[in-house]
Design a binder for this molecule. Structure first.
Ligand SMILES: O=P(O)(O)OC[C@@]1(O)O[C@H](CO)[C@@H](O)[C@@H]1O
Length: 340
């Protein structure tokens, strides 16, 4: 008989599953504000109609807003789950063709325990994979899958839902088929490692790239093509026990990210997980453009945030048909080799 050791108690499992479910309620998703300061935390209760979680980074997590209230408490009062980016960035993987891994495991358990005590409900850790003529390599896929699994296990031991983010970058001229095949490979390595580390899948969320052609691919594809490739890749690799898939926006324009998410939700076929957003750039470019760092622009920037949040909330239900007015809706958000 194989022997299994206890990984989590039933109460720990229940807590993690319920946080994950709260984040992926129908029509809601995550604002990834772990890259930009404050992203103008909005006081308008309407924001929580479409946003269920916000990812902060260490400094903002412990900061207070102008009224003296901490960002974390502000979010909780709005019914939004505060999240925290816990990785310490992308570093080179020696012996590969410019591939990388992500560091930050040292001291992670202690940091997670502290974030939990201060009100965090979930965490995120981003790994980056690159499409090349001979890549991503086995070395990069196995290393990134393992580091994601160790991170996920440490988070769960400390009561935080891990968002597992293996991002296949859009850099390159590869077509949609190639992006789909690589995404399938990367996700299958990822779930093998999560299973090997006993990660409780019901208490996790996946944050993958949508399957899109390379940024400099000469062929063009419709939102329906992207939806088909993305849903196919997920069906083949993501266990049904995972409660939700919260896509990153990966340099798509705000409008493309919303239209593609809506098409993904409309796409027929088996989709046992919630399919929603955890956008950084695609929820912030209009906001940051309108704000321009000036106090007098804060209310118009907040309107931009509400508009994009509403568009993506609809997209998460498959009912966004386009047309929400935003000042940077069709601007490209592509950043080459986005390795932040
Ligand atoms: O691709 P996007 O939607 O802009 O950002 C996705 C994301 O995971 O990547 C960024 C860099 O780590 C984070 O700020 C953000 O959470």
């Amino acid at each position: 008989m194989p022997e299994f050791y206890q990984y989590l108690s039933a109460a720990q499992e229940q807590e993690l599953a319920s946080i994950a479910q709260q984040i992926v309620q129908p029509g809601k998703g995550i604002l990834a504000a772990d890259e930009s300061t404050g992203t103008i935390v909005c006081n308008d209760r309407k924001i929580s109609d479409h946003i269920s979680g916000v990812i902060l980074y260490h400094e903002t997590f412990f900061q207070k807003a102008d009224d003296g209230q901490s960002f974390v408490n502000k979010l909780k009062n709005l019914g939004i789950v505060p999240g925290i980016k816990v990785d310490k960035g992308v570093v080179p993987l020696a012996g590969t063709d410019d591939e990388c891994t992500t560091q930050g495991l040292d001291g992670l358990a202690e940091r997670c325990a502290e974030y939990k005590k201060e009100g965090a409900g979930f965490a995120k850790w981003r790994c980056v994979l690159k499409i090349k003529s001979h890549g991503p390599s086995h070395q990069a896929m196995i290393e990134n899958a393992n580091v994601l699994a160790r991170y996920a296990s440490i988070c769960q031991q400390n009561g935080l839902v891990p968002i597992v983010e293996p991002e296949v970058l859009p850099d390159g001229d590869h077509d949609l088929e190639t992006a789909r095949q690589v995404t399938e490979q990367v996700l299958s390595y990822t779930y093998k490692a999560l299973m090997e580390h006993h990660v409780y899948l019901e208490g996790t969320l996946l944050k993958p790239n949508m399957v899109t052609a390379g940024q400099s691919c000469t062929k063009s594809y419709t939102a329906k093509d992207v939806a088909k490739a993305t849903v196919t890749a997920l069906q083949r690799t993501v266990p049904a026990a995972v409660p939700g898939v919260t896509f990153l926006s990966g340099g798509q324009s705000e409008e493309d990210a919303s239209l593609n998410l809506s098409a993904i939700n409309q796409f027929p076929g088996k989709k046992p997980w919630a399919l929603t957003f955890s956008y950084g750039r695609a929820l912030q470019s209009s906001v940051l453009k309108a704000w321009a760092g000036k106090k007098e622009n804060i209310s118009s920037a907040q309107v931009e945030l509400l508009n994009r949040a509403e568009a993506n909330g609809k997209a998460a239900l498959g009912t966004y048909g386009g047309g929400v007015k935003s000042s940077a809706a069709s601007d490209s958000n592509f950043v080459a080799q986005h390795a932040y």
